[in-house]
Write a protein that binds this ligand. Structure first.
Ligand SMILES: [Zn+2]
Length: 359
């Protein structure tokens, strides 16, 4: 199959008085039943953004931040020298080795290297309550991302925000739609309108901390300690380790092969365990309360470890469980019904735009 990389959908130059918008090329005709997108089939049937002109229309004159839920809220950032350029593009691809290399390859014409790396990190951040990007991706998994790209007056190109994304991981599809809700928390919502923020993070080390450069390794030094059931995260010594959820520290100290280890008890009988730590986070001691994402220690190689890595376990009612299954939380606050209509229209347009670029 062919995956068109980083096709530019719209392009608008936003100046103080100037406003130029180029039309997107019309969508290619596609016969039913010839869908090569597999998992993305239903997205491609979503209505294409027929309101293309509306999407790129920017009124001249004083720039006003458009509705937060406009698909292309282009003139959000205005530079004093009035020549910031904002456009959107879609990057899509298939995972061959890592998210990094897929983005590196598929966006090499449209984004500078630093922006490609940032795009990978940001994408991982958006899905961090659902997907552990350092472990969950498999060869053949697909992604597509609708990105707002911004060129600063000095010429530097950055990714200003991700407007929407789709992932198909081993056939399991996920969406993220950027939406501002008056009541539900979080910036991103899934296809059913639930916030992507949930009670647990999927990984105890942020993706951006694990693979700090392109071609980052997916798998760590496993070492000689074979008795354990858990997940290992290779990271430089000193890398912050975060608690995956709110909870109470029930153990912080030295324990055999684990070395310096922290156990945190969460709701639902979950206990998360973080081993081989070089050091403990400030105030992390038995009885301390911790909040989701807070740093509870630093990666090290205490105990039985041959190199610096975090050993992570999830125990459910005292039994070690596969975090990939146990943390498959679909939770997340839903968008209130009064905002559903707006959200659904935005979602349809976002998915339509993504589908156009992936056919
Ligand atoms: Zn381990």
């Amino acid at each position: 199959m062919t995956v068109r990389s980083a096709r530019v959908i719209t392009y608008s130059v936003v100046g103080l008085f100037a406003c130029i918008a180029a039309r997107m090329t019309p969508p290619l005709a596609r016969a039913p039943g010839t869908d090569v997108l597999g998992a993305f089939a239903d997205a491609s049937s979503a209505s294409a953004p027929s309101a293309t002109n509306e999407l790129i229309a920017v009124a001249p004159g004083p720039l006003v931040v458009s509705s937060p839920n406009a698909l292309i809220a282009s003139p959000v950032v205005v530079f004093a020298s009035n020549e910031a350029k904002v456009d959107t593009l879609t990057v899509s691809g298939v995972i061959q080795s890592s998210l990094f290399s897929a983005l590196d390859k598929n966006a090499d014409q449209s984004l500078p290297r630093s922006a490609r790396a940032e795009l990978a990190f940001t994408l991982a951040d958006i899905f961090e309550y659902r997907v552990d990007m350092s472990k969950d991706l498999q060869v053949g998994d697909r992604f597509s991302v609708l990105v707002e790209r911004l060129q600063k007056p000095n010429g530097a190109v950055i990714v200003s925000k991700i407007l929407g994304a789709r992932l198909a991981l081993s056939g399991n599809e996920m969406e993220a739609i950027r939406f501002t809700s008056s009541r539900a928390t979080g910036e991103y919502f899934d296809g059913s309108g639930k916030s992507l923020r949930a009670s647990f993070l999927r990984a105890p080390v942020a993706f951006r901390r694990i693979s700090s450069r392109f071609g980052g390794r997916r798998h760590p030094v496993l070492g000689i300690w074979r008795r354990h059931k858990g997940q290992d995260y290779a990271a430089a010594s000193g890398t912050p380790v975060r608690t995956i959820g709110d909870g109470v520290v029930v153990f912080a100290g030295r324990k055999r092969g684990y070395g310096n280890v922290v156990d945190i008890r969460h709701r639902n009988g979950f206990v998360s365990r973080y081993g081989h730590l070089r050091s403990f986070g400030k105030g992390v001691r038995r009885g301390a309360r911790v909040t989701i994402g807070s740093t509870i220690g630093a990666v090290g190689m205490t105990g039985l470890a041959t190199g610096p890595h975090l050993h992570f376990e999830l125990l459910v009612n005292g039994v070690q469980r596969d975090p990939r299954l146990a943390l498959q939380m679909k939770g997340g606050e839903p968008i209130p019904s009064s905002e559903r209509g707006v959200f659904q229209r935005l979602r349809t347009r976002t998915l339509g735009t993504l589908a156009l670029a992936t056919n």
